[in-house]
Design a protein around this ligand. Structure first.
Ligand code: 13P
Ligand code: SF4
Length: 350
């Protein structure tokens, strides 16, 4: 049978009807980078930390539909209650950065570092943008999960426990946070996962306090210092804010940096008539521009996350019509329990 093609207005109407039918049995969580029509249909929009907190806090509803990328939905599944079912509208909505580290690479790296520094001398910190197994690794190795909104707190937490930290997979977030906490370049080393000792001399690793996995986000490494210079020349007096997944030089040059929610607050708090140049995902910037018409919100450069963009009205409706069945996000019970330890440590940072 041929599939019926609905237009966008029809899709919106059908989604709204489903939401009405399900009432408080359903919650739709949306990340800031989602298309604006998806955010408009969601019950809650936030950054990756706020979304995980929301998933952990909502104990009533039966169905959580997560409009974001897979690691975010997986974290919601880990933090949800046993009676709750988490679904993602498009299973293929992954995250390139999250794929840059996995347990077969991280485990030997950690062992090599321990062989130099001694057992218990290193705490692992995994960025939320990672799979459940890596979060479980942190849970069982005295480590913690962090997001871009609490990486500083997580790093301070870890340094209270040990001399060294292995931070993965985003080297830029680690680098920016290390600098913000006063570490010097000599106190940080980059770990290339396919080289012995990560491509470092043992002495450099003995000296380093923060070891940064060589992973990055392709959406946030497209920005350049030249773009900041050119944008400032085009918009004299404008403020520049970038996401901390951007390389260090950009963060150093910008007026501010922060998670997606911090960026939203920055725009909200800016005086009417001001211009804000933003270095992050384009769908989010365009939504901010339409939500704050009294300010000029400009992109540093157009950079779209194709993974976030995979969620659309058609697959959201399809999920709502197949509740509890299609694209259910499942995590093995043992991994779930261990990963939850590391996620709970993050939620407790406050
Ligand atoms: P936030 O933690 O700011 O939501 O960012 C997640 C992300 O994937 C940014 O690329
Ligand atoms: Fe992953 Fe980058 Fe997309 Fe964020 S913007 S979800 S880090 S690929």
């Amino acid at each position: 049978m041929e599939k019926v093609q609905w237009n966008n207005d029809e899709l919106v109407d059908k989604i709204l009807l489903k939401k009405q039918e399900l009432g408080n049995q359903l919650i739709i969580l949306t990340h800031h980078y989602q298309r604006k029509e998806i955010v408009a249909l969601g019950d809650f929009v936030g950054d990756s930390f706020e979304l995980s907190r929301k998933a952990a806090a909502d104990r009533q509803c039966r169905h959580i539909v997560f409009c974001g990328v897979h690691f975010m939905a997986e974290s919601a599944a880990i933090l949800s209650q046993p009676h709750q079912i988490v679904q993602i509208p498009e299973e293929e909505a992954g995250c390139w950065m999250a794929e840059m580290a996995d347990t077969p690479l991280v485990e030997p790296a950690f062992e090599q570092l321990e062989s130099l520094a001694g057992k218990g001398a290193i705490v692992p910190i995994v960025y939320m943008n990672s799979d459940a197994e890596l979060k479980a690794f942190c849970g069982t190795h005295g480590g913690i999960v962090c997001t871009s909104s609490n990486a500083d707190k997580a790093l301070k937490w870890a340094f209270e426990k040990a001399e060294k930290v292995l931070f993965f997979p985003d080297r830029h977030l680690g680098h920016n946070t290390g600098y913000a906490l006063g570490l010097t370049a000599e106190q940080m080393a980059v770990w290339s996962p396919h080289k012995p000792f990560g491509g470092n001399e043992p002495e450099a690793l003995r000296r380093a306090r923060l070891i940064l996995w060589d992973g990055y986000c392709l959406v946030h490494t497209r920005f350049t210092c030249e773009q900041i210079e050119n944008s400032r020349a085009r918009h004299p007096g404008a403020k520049v804010i970038v996401h901390p997944e951007c390389p260090r030089e950009l963060v150093a040059m910008a007026d501010a940096s922060g998670s997606t929610s911090r960026i939203e607050k920055y725009v909200k708090d800016a005086p009417a008539g001001s211009t804000i140049i933003i270095g992050t995902e384009i769908n989010f910037i365009e939504r901010l521009a339409s939500e704050y018409p009294d300010k000029q919100v400009v992109e540093l450069h157009r950079s779209l996350c194709p993974n976030m963009f995979k969620i659309n009205l058609a697959n959201l409706l399809d999920t709502l019509e197949n509740l509890g069945e299609k694209n259910v996000v499942r995590v093995a019970e043992d991994i779930k329990a261990e990963a939850k330890v590391a996620l709970d440590r993050m939620l407790a940072l406050a």
